[in-house]
Design a protein around this ligand. Structure first.
Ligand code: CXF
Ligand code: ZN
Length: 368
């Protein structure tokens, strides 16, 4: 069948919305009619090569849709089911999956961005195979994905809202509740208040943190941070954020700092602004060649901890329905995250808006 799909053909060039050929789902795969896809910085990281793939690659990793067709042997879903896609594929059997580390599944040998049999379902007019970001490629009217990338959700959740648990919400809220396990009354700093950072703030509110210091360079994003529950705002374009945190905490620094950008400088700042015994959590994905520099003695003498958080240390099939329940019960903001919707053809505008800090989250809606 034909599908319109956002494809990176060349790094640092506009993304092309191409007419592609999509093969039928093979065994243990499903065809999905996408309803919505969120626009995340990690998509842009594929465009600029920070997360490196040899093009062409179809992007998008925060998506929700409806099962259109199932391949042989699929048992988890039926046509008509609503799903959110997971950007990790999980086997359920490997030592990671069996030890509640599903997001670090190592059960599949297929190369990244390929289906699990090592081939591609998307091809362009010249017959060239197109990779699929995270094996899902949600910026596409239709996509074929492994059954092991699916999270079934209740039909009453609007897909254009539920889509946000595919990446931003699960990553941000999970980093606070699962990775750091922030205690009530804690002080928290968040460096980078984009779509994921705002969800770190939501997570800190859910954890009953007392102080939530939001740090960014863009005033508009700090306004969003305030509306999501930040107690203090720091514009790092006019001050040193470590000094600012020191001042705001009366010389004490914070219990937890979350880095949601993926720059060495901001990771080092996150580490610098935590108290002895405190924890800095890195969520932002750096280029794989980037190294950081931290004062090593403080790891011992001050028991400072620097840890990573991937997918909010969540198991997608357990975490996403719970987050949607919190939304339903008014405890989690999803509607407010979506500040602009786009058509797929507007993907490059959506990226520009994200970079300028215009949006909390931009979401592409499909009207097929
Ligand atoms: C990314 C990490 C790399 C794969 C796609 C998702 N995380 C969040 O945006
Ligand atoms: Zn993402």
């Amino acid at each position: 069948m034909r599908t319109r799909t956002a494809v990176v053909y060349e790094h640092n060039k506009p993304v092309i919305v191409d007419d592609l050929e999509l093969d039928e789902p093979k065994a243990n795969e499903v065809l999905i009619r996408m309803a919505a896809t969120g626009v995340c910085h990690s998509d842009l990281s594929i465009v600029n090569g920070t997360i490196y793939y040899d093009p062409p690659i179809a992007i998008g990793h925060e998506g929700a849709g409806v099962i259109e067709q199932v391949g042989e042997g699929v048992s988890y879903v039926n046509p008509g089911d609503n799903v959110v896609l997971s950007f990790v594929t999980f086997c359920g059997n490997c030592r990671m999956c069996q030890n509640n580390l599903v997001r670090l599944c190592e059960g599949f040998r297929a190369p990244r961005a390929h289906l699990l049999d090592g081939t591609c379902r998307l091809h362009n007019k010249s017959g060239q195979p197109i990779l699929q970001m995270a094996r899902i490629a949600t910026m596409s009217e239709y996509t074929v994905v492994p059954e092991q990338s699916l999270v079934k959700i209740d039909a009453h959740y609007p897909l254009e809202k539920a889509v946000l648990v595919g990446c931003g919400v699960t990553t941000g809220v999970g980093a606070v509740l699962n990775t750091a396990k922030v205690e009530a009354g804690s002080s928290v700093a968040v460096i980078g208040t984009g779509g994921v950072g705002l969800n770190v703030i939501q997570g800190a509110v859910l954890a009953s943190a007392e102080r939530i210091i939001a740090i960014d360079l863009i005033e508009n994003k700090l306004d969003f941070a305030k509306s999501f529950g930040a107690t203090d705002l720091v514009n790092a374009s006019t001050c040193d954020p470590v000094e600012a945190v020191l001042e705001l905490t009366d010389g004490k620094y914070v219990d937890y700092a979350f880095e949601v950008i993926g720059y060495p400088k901001t990771i080092e700042q996150a580490y610098a602004m935590i108290r002895p015994g405190g924890t800095a959590v890195v969520i932002g994905a750096c280029n794989q060649d980037v190294h950081i520099s931290i004062p090593a003695q403080s790891i011992v003498m001050k028991e400072k901890r620097l840890i990573g958080s991937f997918y909010g240390s969540s198991s997608p099939r357990a975490a996403m329905p719970k987050l949607l329940k919190l939304y339903e019960n008014g405890k989690l903001k999803l509607d407010e995250l979506i500040t602009q919707t786009y058509r797929l053809e507007q993907i490059n505008d959506a990226f520009a808006d994200m970079e300028s800090g215009k949006n909390a989250r931009g979401v592409i809606l499909y009207d097929n």
